[in-house]
Design a protein around this ligand. Structure first.
Ligand code: PEP
Ligand code: MG
Length: 914
């Protein structure tokens, strides 16, 4: 959205009749052109600065270039003349207000140039500080501040930031010079370098610039500004920002705003400082003033984790008045925004300046607690509170804990409990190693990423790691903020640990741990434990969670069930609030170690009689599983799906058999195992399919081998009757997979009905049941009206539906999906979030046609999408009866379904639309 105004003289003099885009929004002297609602245009930071200025808070003046400009720049590679003109007039206005000139005169004005998108992307884009310094203005700054060291340090920082952000010079090139200077002077700390040393560094930095960029560091302040602005625009599309947006489901099209703001200095000596904080504890939600600061430090020093900052309560001792003022301002801000604020401040020579305020990111536990506390404090209403928690955040209530009885608990260090939960994994020291060791499969090898501190460049490693451990940095360090957003365990600032990334080892006292060693993290207490402990899942039995869900659930109209194949999972799902089982994949019951030999024998059988004999052995096992699930779900429906996967999945791998046969032929040619292995190989080869996903699976199995379906039907109905006799209410729903014609449904349906009647007769008792089908192939959606004649319910299998709609193999998409996402060909993984345009189109068709034949047909979804908040919202919209998801996503699905219904009813925009 582009905003318009008519007050700018630059615009009113134009002869055009169309109102022109207002690219630039000024803020300063108690008045801002923007306001807090304009996040689309000004980004979160810009909107916050405008709002704080309007509220009369001490904010250094400046102007925000709105996101439209970034979008235009991304498209055309340049900016509009109008933007240049508006920037010039805003700069003049700023200079007038300050009585200074950018980078010139005896009292040079210096500015920061910062990114700021609609949704906070901590550290992912670029910032340049001290802009306006050059060979001349640095001298003026030195004179004015009476502090040579400060002036030259600011200048070298500018060259370094400008060099890397604008000129793409590797950071290492500057670091080498800086470290070299420290070595030369025999000092350890940056602060031990003198003004003369820093002048030396500056001369060498300029050489670095010349060598790498083949041009000089620009001395002209307005050139610096223009180039910095464009670099910040470009940083919207750097790799880490793209990864962050993908993880957080933020649209690539939004673009960033650019904030140009007068510099205030936290590094002007011991009466200056800088800090960040939260109005409440973002990890626990407790109502406590929370934050960190450093005296005599600039900008990113606090969050970059380079020095471990001091708790904000100490500020009360160092500068009581500033502390009180900060508390008063931030309390006002929280009341004003009616949400936890995450703020940044700088103290320049005893004077407080606010640099940012935004709604603070928090853990799921904190989100729930804060929402409830704010209702109790009268700040928000319960119906607003239910939108203050992202459905995915409820997973935090189910994060595992360490099972301390599973091994020796040897605590080797303690750090800050930056993000709760537990993580157990093998140590890796770089983000790239994390990706390699974790692997690319759906199930990751657990790794713990250990770093001195993380930087935004580590984002891809953090994404795959089970947990993060850093030696430096505080509760607001990059590692802490990002992992909290990811709902991932993190311990930050474990100061006793020394990380040697080059040698790939970490040392704590005399102990050395190397890459590949196991480590366990307790993110709730901050304990780092040597070795591998087991983890135990948490329970949803939490009174605050119940309060929040108690407000949300009355709105919910769609049911939530769970996908569970064994009684233990069914019990867990029920404890999380599942209202039934939406999918019991019976093949999973046969993969167990004690069952697979019988399953194999059944597959190996060459005659129906032999097959039946083996099936008879499987029957009691399957029946007892069903009994367990029926008992666990007393009074709730249980959808049992007949066998689905290709038979060869149960047999050993062809290559492994061939190796075994070759070895036996050499070593023990008379072994009976050799004959057996040869026979198995023959069968494996017979059953081999080129496209097993499109081969003998689903109902095709039961049609080719009706005795398999008969056994399954018998197990289901015998279990149902047995359990019902104990007074348990059983509600079986038998589901036929992978239907494409109604005749398949008729064929399998008649086996089910026939066996059911037989069992009821034998047992002298009957139970009511439903007979339905998966809808998971495009053709099934199209002929849903015909299928509904036979089927009493549908369950959309969106895994297979997505696979067959796109022609993307659900098992092999990993080879090209990253490229597709990177290139913007796909916005997200269609196997994670429903593609509403294509797959959704067919689902809607299936819903409409199914209802045409059978108006009250039960309609569910049991693909992985059933636990994805955006997909749940969509399922609500198209009128499904229930969603079914894995047990650990049941809480998420409940809240997402409640939010979808509540936002419709209350006309509130949900919290998920990014
Ligand atoms: C589906 O296809 O969406 C489904 C639930 O079945 P499966 O994942 O077992 O193929
Ligand atoms: Mg399927």
């Amino acid at each position: 959205m582009s905003a318009t105004r008519v007050s700018n003289p630059d615009l009113t003099t134009t002869t055009q009749t169309q109102p022109q885009t207002q690219y630039v929004f000024f803020f300063g002297a108690g008045k801002a052109e923007g306001n807090g609602k304009m996040k689309d245009e000004l980004g979160g930071k810009g909107a916050g600065l405008a709002e704080m200025t309007n509220a009369g808070l001490p904010v250094p003046p400046g102007f925000t270039i709105q996101t439209t400009a970034c979008r235009e720049y991304m498209k055309t590679g340049k900016v509009a003349d109008l933007l240049e003109r508006q920037t010039r007039s805003a700069l003049e206005q700023l200079e007038k207000l300050q009585g200074q000139k950018l980078g010139s005169g005896e009292n040079p004005m210096l500015v920061s140039v910062r990114s700021g998108a609609k949704f906070s992307m901590p550290g992912m884009m670029d910032t340049i500080l001290n802009l306006g310094l050059n060979d001349e203005s640095v001298q003026a700054l030195a004179r004015k501040s009476g502090n040579d060291r400060f002036a030259y340090d600011s200048y070298r920082r500018l060259i370094q930031m400008f060099g890397s952000v604008v000129m793409d010079i590797p950071k290492a090139a500057f670091e080498e010079v800086f470290d070299g200077q420290k070595k030369k002077r025999g000092v350890k700390l940056d602060t031990e370098l003198t003004a003369a040393d820093l002048k030396d560094v500056i001369a060498q930095y300029k050489e670095v610039v010349r060598k790498h960029a083949a041009r000089d560091f620009p001395q002209n302040p307005t050139d610096q500004l223009t180039q910095a602005r464009d670099a910040v625009f470009r940083s919207w599309n750097n790799d880490r920002a793209k990864v962050y947006r993908r993880i957080n489901n933020i649209s690539d099209d939004l673009g960033t705003a650019v904030n140009v703001q007068c510099m205030v200095f936290g590094n002007l000596g011991e009466t200056s400082g800088t800090g960040v904080g939260f109005t409440r504890n973002p990890a626990t939600g407790d109502k406590e003033f929370y934050g960190e600061f450093l005296m005599n430090a600039q900008g990113e020093d606090v969050v970059a984790g380079i020095r471990t900052p001091i708790h904000i309560s100490e500020l009360k001792k160092v500068m009581p008045q500033v502390y009180d003022q900060l508390r008063e301002i931030t309390t006002r801000l929280e009341k004003h925004y009616r949400d936890v604020q995450d703020f940044e401040f700088t103290i320049q020579e005893g004077r407080l300046y606010m640099l940012q305020t935004r709604n603070g990111k928090r853990t799921g536990l904190a989100a729930v607690r804060v929402a409830i506390a704010m209702v109790n404090e009268g700040l928000i209403k319960p119906e607003e509170a239910i939108f203050r928690v992202e459905p995915n955040q409820l997973y935090d209530f189910l994060v595992p804990r360490l099972d301390e009885s599973s091994g020796t608990v040897e605590v080797i260090a303690t750090g800050l409990p930056a993000s709760p939960g537990a993580a157990v994994g093998q140590i890796v020291f770089t983000a790239n190693d994390a990706v390699t060791v974790a692997g690319t499969g759906a199930v990751k090898n657990p790794v713990v990423l250990v770093r001195s501190e993380t930087t935004p460049e580590d984002i891809h490693g953090m994404e795959v790691a089970a947990g993060i451990l850093t030696a430096r940095g505080g509760m607001t360090s990059h590692a802490a903020v990002v992992t909290r957003g990811m709902g991932k365990c993190c311990i930050a600032g474990a100061g006793d640990i020394e990380v040697d990334e080059k040698k790939k080892e970490m040392r704590v006292g005399s102990l050395t741990l190397r890459a590949g060693d196991w480590i366990s993290l307790d993110g709730t207490t901050g304990r780092v434990i040597k070795g591998k402990l087991n983890t135990v899942p948490a329970s949803a039995d939490n009174s605050e969670l119940k309060t929040l869900l108690g407000w949300a659930e009355p709105y919910r109209t769609m049911g939530v069930r769970a996908n569970a194949d064994i009684p233990r999972d069914a019990i867990a799902a029920r404890s999380f609030g599942a209202e039934g089982i939406g999918l019991c994949r019976t093949e999973h019951m046969f993969f167990a170690e004690d069952r697979i030999p019988h399953m194999r024998a059944m597959i190996m059988a060459r005659t129906e009689a032999d097959r039946r004999a083996e099936l008879a052995k499987l029957l009691p096992m399957q029946r007892s599983d069903f009994e367990g699930i029926f008992r666990a779900m007393d009074g709730l429906p249980v959808t049992i799906r007949l066998l689905d996967p290709p038979l060869h999945e149960f047999l050993p791998k062809r290559e492994e058999l061939m190796v075994e046969i070759a070895q036996l032929e050499l070593k023990d040619p008379k072994s009976p195992r050799l004959a057996e292995a040869r026979e198995v190989l023959r069968r494996v080869e017979e059953l081999h399919e080129f496209n097993p996903m499109l081969g003998l699976r689903g109902c095709r199995l039961g049609i080719a081998f009706p005795e398999i379906s008969e056994m399954q039907a018998r197990a289901i109905f015998e279990a149902a009757v047995n359990v019902a006799k104990d007074g348990i209410t059983v509600i079986p729903e038998v589901m036929i997979p992978l239907i494409v014609t109604v005749k398949e449904m008729t064929n399998q349906g008649s086996i089910m009905r026939q066996i059911a009647e037989q069992v009821f007769k034998e047992k002298g008792a009957r139970v009511e049941y439903l007979l339905g089908t998966m809808i998971e192939l495009p053709r099934a959606c199209i002929i849903a009206d015909e299928i509904a004649v036979e089927a009493e319910f549908f369950s959309f299998g969106t895994n297979d539906l997505t696979q067959t709609m796109y022609g993307f193999s659900r098992d092999d998409i990993g080879t090209f999906l990253p490229t597709y996402i990177e290139e913007g060909i796909l916005k997200s993984d269609p196997f994670a979030t429903i593609d509403q345009t294509g797959v959704g189109y067919l689902m809607e068709l299936g819903v409409a046609r199914g209802r045409k034949t059978r108006p009250n047909i039960k309609l569910g979804i049991c693909g992985e999408h059933g636990g994805d908040p955006a997909s749940v919202e969509y399922c609500h919209k198209i009128g499904l009866t229930y969603v079914s998801c894995s047990p650990y996503r049941v809480l998420t699905a409940r809240l997402a379904a409640a939010q979808a219904a509540a936002s419709e009813k209350l006309k509130i925009e949900g919290g998920r639309t990014k």
